[in-house]
Design a protein around this ligand. Structure first.
Ligand code: FAD
Length: 306
């Protein structure tokens, strides 16, 4: 059985979503929108735009989301939003700005402490205290899609997985319609987590977060901060390829494709890919798995699109 590529009969109903972050300068802006354009070839069900800690990229998030919706043809852009560093009135005003910009899907988060990951989280005075409270506030505004986070390997602040699942349940009870997970690399961790989520009576889609590894050192550092594990088997496959970018790219493609193919064979249909605003590796993974490129791109390339 192929381990990197799905057979055509296995590909039915697979859906992709892509996560982007707002650019910090002109060069990053060019790269973001080139990536968005490249990856639109895979016809994602939706894309998401992150929201910076402490509201540091509030304006950039809004600008990027507006461009995605109004200029890049990404009507299904979900706006991330956190409770950090803002009063309820300020958060409500941002929600209004997103809605007025055409947003119909939010990713509602508590956010990291203003002191950075690892610092103690203090709710902002007069702000929303939890992601569940933010979900309820957005739900009160209308019939929006509301995605929330989930942590197959436990959130670092959480005493145990049950506390995380209780928090997820509170978010669902407040109106969340989908969970997007933190990235993970061991599908058994995800499957065990999903079983516990279902046993807790949570029935919304829980979409696995896939992070193709562009840079092993960075991913190990980031994983350490957010409580995710990079298995030794993956480190071993990549660590000796630092000096061979082409081999490293190929191996990273195989690793992510194997993970998606295995999840698809376990019955998963939706995949949320952390793009890091770069398309080559993500495109290579999607091609290898067997995601079809939508015809629209071919038409556009020949100038035949309306
Ligand atoms: P929650 O799910 O609300 O909480 C995480 C865990 O912390 C809970 O499960 C619980 O165990 C514990 N906890 C939280 N509050 C309490 C409480 N009051 N009492 C007891 N325990 C509590 N960060 C950004 O800044 N911007 C983004 O755009 C962004 N996007 C993300 C997208 C995804 C898919 C994911 C997985 C994470 C994202 N993050 C983002 C990171 C996220 O903000 C951090 O992980 C943050 O520390 C937790 O926010 P949350 O909404 O996931 O928290």
């Amino acid at each position: 059985m192929a381990i990197h590529t799905l057979y055509p009969a296995e590909r039915g109903n697979l859906r992709l979503s892509f996560e982007y972050f707002p650019p910090k300068n002109d060069e990053m802006e060019v790269q973001l929108f080139q990536t968005v354009s490249d990856l639109s070839a895979f016809g994602p069900a939706f894309v998401t735009m992150t929201y910076g800690a402490g509201g540091s990229t509030k304006a950039r998030s809004l600008t990027a989301v507006r461009r995605m919706i109004n200029e890049e043809g990404c009507a299904d852009t979900a706006a991330h939003l956190t409770c950090v560093g803002a009063s309820r009135a300020e958060v409500d005003a941002i929600v209004t700005e997103f809605i007025d910009s055409g947003v119909r899907h939010f990713v509602a988060l508590r956010g990291d402490p203003q002191g950075g990951i690892g610092a103690r989280y203090e709710p902002f005075p007069g702000g929303y205290e939890t992601a569940a409270a933010l979900v309820a506030a957005i739900r009160s505004r209308g019939d929006f899609e509301i995605s929330v986070s989930a942590y197959p390997e436990k959130h670092p602040e959480s005493p145990n997985v049950d506390a995380d699942i209780d928090m997820l349940k509170r978010k669902v009870d407040s109106g969340a319609t989908r969970a997007l997970t933190q990235f993970f690399f061991d599908n058994n961790d995800f499957e065990r987590y999903l079983e516990r989520v279902r046993r807790a009576g949570i029935n919304i889609p829980v979409v696995p977060g896939i992070l193709p590894i562009n840079n092993l050192t960075q991913v190990r550092k980031f994983a350490g901060l957010c409580g995710a594990t990079v298995p030794d088997a993956i480190v071993t496959r990549l660590i000796h390829l630092d000096e061979s970018p082409q081999e490293r790219f190929k191996e990273a493609t195989l690793i992510a494709a194997e993970q998606i193919v295995d999840l698809a064979r376990r019955g998963l249909r939706d995949f949320h890919v952390y793009t890091m605003n770069r398309s080559p590796l993500v495109s290579a993974v999607c091609d290898l798995v067997g995601f079809e490129r939508v015809k629209r791109t071919v038409l556009q390339a020949t100038g035949a699109a309306a």
